[in-house]
Each structure stands twice: as structure tokens, then as C-alpha cells.
Write a protein that binds this ligand. Structure first.
Ligand code: CMC
Length: 425
């Protein structure tokens, strides 16, 4: 916080003094909360310049391509840490000791099984339902199964719900896939790591022991970690907004899943693959790049650009490396979609339109390619993003409930009809 003040001059009004606060790093913020008492609102569609809350969890410097979780750079976490250790860090604020980590991993593992009645909920969906549609319903329904820990004012309840959500998301995600392909649901296995367990529940069958490639499990773990949190994006803000009304954690996370689904946000990884398939051949790339640049055409290059990163997406750098490792391991060199992706990346990085607008490949460009190589069906890509982001959502929800907060209630610039009389009959 600082003593600096901003003075707002509005024609016909006395100057209005507004306090300025400084965080530990990043842009200062002007506190506009008193403006309402002067009959004024601020106007910021898309929240481009608005800080909606104070937070200590994640910091992004979009111009420098920096992403820190509790101060630790994402590149270092990706090299040294694991997804579950990052989960601990996001929720509790510090890296765990070896003992704390073992205890945390054991607690999550013990919560991976879901209530058997949930099987009946799944059976109510059409087999061709999109797994994200199933996830919105299944995660929301957890509040009907685990209502013993829904006192949001009780820290122990909040912690238990957090662990339940982190533990059960891979199980529900894999169930949504198994249901769509008509295979039996696989129970989680306590002897496996978090990512191994997910691959087991996705690809295993009761007919034989799952064979899990440790390199693929490691790549999955990295994908989870790189998606774990990203400060106040659309889905996290949705979770905070839902949470600000006092809604239960499962309902809040379901609202985050819904917000994530759109192609401008988490749905982009699926949209990247759809786009590569639509392009179909390297010879068509120029046509699609021209479409992306045409202002009269709504088409955009999926997996390019970011609201905050205007230099590069640091997650994309790590993901690109993982992508090369996985493709190398699997011996995938000649895959036609991969050829299109590589050429597209090259063209876009050299094209003036993309350079001028600072549109770089984002995390979803590479994650889609890795997931496809691992054999994950495209419709599951956003589900995997949701699984991994659950910890970020829950960390923000928990942070909000750990201090004073008010219900989120944005205002508007009303441009509709003013009061008029209903016509007499
Ligand atoms: N292809 C072509 N042009 C683009 C693209 C794109 N992917 N992204 C932005 N532009 C253009 C846009 O038309 C505008 O041009 P102009 O200034 O001439 O009007 C300029 O770049 C700025 O774009 P914007 O829409 O004002 O930027 P935004 O911050 O509102 O949107 C975005 C950010 C991520 C929604 C957008 O870049 C986009 O739609 N990208 C494709 C979808 C995608 O990959 N999303 C995943 C984001 S990373 C995962 C996550 O965190 O959710």
C-alpha cells in the first residue's frame, strides 16, 4: 500500500481523490470504490484494466513472459516439482517438506474413489454427450454426495472439500471418457501416482493389468502442472464470483468448468486440433492464415494469442519442450497434423500481422499436440485442463473465504429504453 493518490477531475464536480495501492510487484491499482457514492461507475468491459481482488497466489507479467506461483517461476517448478507438490504450494502458500508432501499425496489418493451412486448419474447421459457436459453435471452433483463438509466458514471443511475435488476430478474425468466409449469404469489404484492413476483409469480395462509408460505419465504430470493456475482468468473469476454468494465449493467449481469450456479459454486445446484437421494439408495453411487476418472473417488461429501474454507464454515454452520429448519417445515424426502444426507455428511467428499484434503460440497449441500423441481423444482435452485447473480454482476460492469479501456485483452502462408506460388495452 502507498500514500500516493490519484485525482479524478470530472466536469462540474469537485476533484475526487482516490487512493493508490502497490502490490509486492506489478502495476499499482487505483481504488475506485468510493466513486459510487459520487454517482459514478467505472467502465471496463472484459475487465481489461480492473483488479477484481487482492491475491497472493499467482503473478503474471505478460510483457516479460513471467509466471510465478507463490513466487516460484513456472519453468523451475516444471523442472523440479510435481503436480501434487504444486497443488500443495498453491493451496498452502509454501512448498511442503518431504513429510508434508507424502501426507498430502496420501490424503489425495485416499479421496480418489467416488460415491458408487454417481455411476447412476453417469448412466443418465447420452453416450455421445461431450465429456465437458458430463463434467459440468457430475462435479456440480458432488454437493449432493459430500454435504458433510460444506460449511464454507469452517477452514477444515474447506480443506476437506479441496482434497476431495483434487482427488476425485481424475476419476470423474476418466469416467466421462469410459462412458462415451462404452467401457467399464475403472476404479482408482492407490499404488499409482496421480498422473499414472489417471492414465490407468482412462486406458485400463478390467481384463488386464494397466501398462503405464513412465515418460507419458511424466508428460501428463507436466501438462497438469502447467495448467494448475493462472490468476484471475475467466474461469477463476467465475469461481470467485459464484463463491462470493456463499455457494458451496462443488457448485463453484462446476461454474468454473462451464466458463472454461469456451474456445477462447480452455476449449482452445480441442479447437486447435479441430482447426488442424480442418486445414487438412500443409498446402492449405496460407489460405487459413489469410482467413485469420481477414477482419470480415470470424476465423482465428486457435492456440495463438493471449489476453495477458504479449511477449510469449512461458507455459508454451515448457510445453513445446515436453511436446518434442513425447513425440520423440513415441517415434511420431510424420504425423500429418503435426506437420501442419509445425509449419503453422513457423509461418505465424514470421508473419507481420501476428508479430505486430504479439500473437504467439499459447500453452494450448502444444498441449493439444501432446495429448493427441498420447492417445487422448480430442473431446477430453478441455476436461484435462479442467482437472488440472481445479486446484487453482479451489486455491482462489479458499483465499477469498479466508479473509473479508463482499458478494461480486458489477455495474453497467445502461443504454436501453428509459421508463415508459405499458400501452393501455
Ligand atoms: N488469430 C487471429 N487474430 C487474432 C488472434 C488469433 N488467434 N487472437 C487475437 N487476434 C487479433 C484480433 O483480431 C485483434 O486484432 P485487431 O487489433 O486488428 O482488431 C488483436 O489480435 C487483439 O486481439 P483481442 O481479441 O483484442 O485480444 P483479447 O485479449 O481480447 O483475446 C484471446 C485473447 C486469447 C481470446 C485471443 O487471442 C484468441 O481468441 N485466441 C485464440 C483462442 C485461444 O487460443 N485461446 C487460448 C488462450 S490460452 C489458454 C487460457 O489461458 O485459457
Amino acid at each position: 500500500m502507498s500514500d500516493r493518490k490519484a485525482t479524478l477531475h470530472v466536469e462540474g464536480m469537485d476533484p475526487i481523490e482516490l487512493p493508490i495501492y502497490s502490490g509486492t510487484t506489478g502495476p499499482d491499482v487505483i481504488d475506485v470504490r468510493t466513486l459510487v457514492s459520487q454517482g459514478l461507475f467505472t467502465y471496463d468491459p472484459g475487465f481489461v484494466s480492473t483488479a477484481s481482488c487482492e491475491s497472493k497466489i499467482t503473478y503474471i507479467d505478460g510483457d516479460k513472459g513471467v509466471l510465478l506461483h507463490r513466487g516460484y517461476p513456472i519453468e523451475q517448478l516444471a523442472d523440479e516439482s510435481s503436480y501434487l507438490e504444486t497443488c500443495y504450494l498453491l493451496i498452502y502458500g509454501e512448498l511442503p517438506t518431504a513429510e508434508q508432501l507424502a501426507e498430502f499425496e496420501a490424503s489425495v489418493t485416499m479421496k480418489t474413489m467416488v460415491h458408487e451412486q454417481l455411476v447412476n448419474l453417469f448412466r443418465g447421459f447420452r453416450r455421445d454427450a461431450h465429456p465437458m457436459a458430463i463434467m459440468c453435471g457430475a462435479v456440480g452433483s458432488l454437493s449432493a454426495f459430500y454435504h458433510d463438509t460444506m460449511d464454507i466458514a469452517d477452514e477444515a471443511h474447506r480443506e476437506e472439500s479441496a482434497l476431495r475435488l483434487i482427488g476425485k476430478m481424475p476419476t470423474l474425468a476418466a469416467m466421462s471418457y469410459k462412458y462415451s466409449v462404452g467401457q467399464p469404469f475403472m476404479y482408482p489404484r492407490n499404488d499409482l501416482t496421480y498422473s499414472e492413476n489417471f492414465l490407468h483409469m482412462m486406458f485400463g480395462t478390467p481384463c488386464e493389468e494397466s501398462q503405464i509408460d513412465p515418460v507419458l505419465a511424466k508428460a501428463m504430470d507436466k501438462i497438469f502442472m502447467l495448467h494448475a493456475d493462472h490468476e484471475q482468468n475467466a474461469s477463476t473469476s467465475t469461481v470467485r464470483l459464484a463463491g462470493s454468494s456463499g455457494a458451496n465449493p462443488f457448485a463453484c467449481i462446476a461454474s468454473g468448468i462451464a466458463a472454461l469450456w469456451g474456445p477462447a479459454h480452455g476449449g482452445a486445446n480441442e479447437a486447435v486440433l479441430d482447426m488442424l484437421e480442418e486445414i487438412g494439408d500443409v498446402s492449405n495453411i496460407d489460405k487459413f492464415v489469410a482467413k485469420a487476418k481477414d477482419k470480415n472473417d470470424p476465423f482465428r488461429l486457435m492456440g495463438f494469442g493471449h489476453r495477458v501474454y504479449k511477449n510469449f507464454d512461458p507455459r508454451a515454452k515448457v510445453m513445446r519442450k515436453t511436446c518434442d520429448e513425447v513425440l520423440d519417445l513415441l517415434g511420431i515424426e510424420d504425423d500429418p497434423l503435426l506437420q501442419i502444426a509445425k509449419r503453422l507455428e513457423q509461418i505465424a511467428l514470421e508473419d507481420e500481422y501476428f508479430i505486430q499484434r504479439k500473437l504467439y503460440p499459447n500453452v494450448d497449441f502444444y498441449s493439444g499436440i501432446i495429448l493427441k500423441a498420447i492417445g487422448i481423444p480430442t473431446s477430453m482435452f478441455t476436461v484435462i485442463f479442467a482437472m488440472a485447473r481445479t486446484v487453482g480454482w479451489i486455491a482462489h476460492w479458499h483465499e477469498m473465504h479466508s479473509g473479508p469479501y463482499r458478494i461480486g456485483r458489477p455495474r453497467q452502462l445502461y443504454t436501453g429504453e428509459t421508463a415508459r408506460d405499458y400501452p393501455k388495452k
